[in-house]
Structure formats: C-alpha cells, structure tokens
Design a protein around this ligand. Structure first.
Ligand code: FES
Length: 151
C-alpha cells in the first residue's frame, strides 16, 4: 500500500513535469514566429500634411490598417531620399496582434506595448527585450514626391 502511494506520487510529478516541458516548448516555438505574407502596395504623397513627420530625416509615420492583419505599417525617413517601412506586428508572439509604437524616449526606436521589446527603425532589428526576430520590412521606392511601399 505504501509503495502504491509512493508510485502514484511519482507518476503525478512526472505528469506535471511533462506538462510544464510541453508548455515551455510550445512558447519557444511561438517565439520563432515570422510575420505571414500580406499584400502591400501603398503610395504616400509626401506633400500631404498627414505625413509631415516624414519630411525630415529620422521622422516616422504610421500607415493604419495595412500590413499583416491590418496591424499597420511604420515608415521611417532613414536618410536623404531614403525610407524604410516595417510591418508593425511585433515578432515576439504574432498571435497577440500587438503593434509596435513610436518610442517616447527615442525617435530611432519603436516599442511593443505588450512585451516591451524594442526595435531599431534603421534596420528593424531587436535592440532590447524578449523578441529575437527583426520587424518585417517592406520595400520602398521614392521619386521625390511619392513614396511607394510594397512587397
Ligand atoms: S507581441 Fe506579444 S509580446 Fe510583443
């Protein structure tokens, strides 16, 4: 009888251990997420006052309802006549649908409001936090007036 209880206790611990291992393994997989494809073909007229923040180098602006799941795109004026565009979906756990936001403390970074991961606007890479993958970048072309963001 004593042996039976001892064995069942060990089994209980074993089951709990396996559940914990599976839980953390699935979280780790989640962290490997990449942003799924979303068709993007969007043109900005830089003379439109809505995009006034994009006129100066290091300025950035949101494009709402574009990109993966409509989470938005952030455009960054990275150099003279050079622009970067990123999907705002945080790459840490895309199922959370958290959109990165401008960092109040730095014009060159964005931050995920959910996990606090921080990304650099110059290349989309992670500079701080739990995320390990860079933001998804879109292509850009600029003719002096119109900025096109596309796949
Ligand atoms: S998105 Fe879930 S944590 Fe950044």
């Amino acid at each position: 009888m004593k042996h039976y209880f001892k064995k069942s206790k060990i089994n209980t611990f074993l089951v709990i251990y396996i559940i914990i291992v599976i839980f953390f393994a699935s979280c780790a997989d989640d962290n490997q997420d990449i942003i799924p494809y979303a068709y993007v073909n969007y043109t900005i007229d830089l003379q439109n006052p809505v995009y006034i923040d994009l006129l100066n180098v290091s300025g950035s602006a949101y494009i709402e309802r574009e990109g993966y799941n409509g989470n938005g795109i952030i455009v960054y004026h990275s150099g003279i006549d050079e622009f970067k565009a990123y999907d705002r979906t945080c790459t840490f756990k895309i199922s959370d649908n958290c959109s990165v936001e401008k960092d109040e403390n730095s014009i060159v970074n964005v931050v995920c409001p959910c996990c606090k991961s921080q990304y650099e606007l110059m290349n989309g890479s992670v500079s701080k936090g739990s995320s390990i993958k860079a933001l998804k970048a879109y292509r850009t072309s600029f003719d002096g007036t119109y900025l096109r963001i596309f796949n």
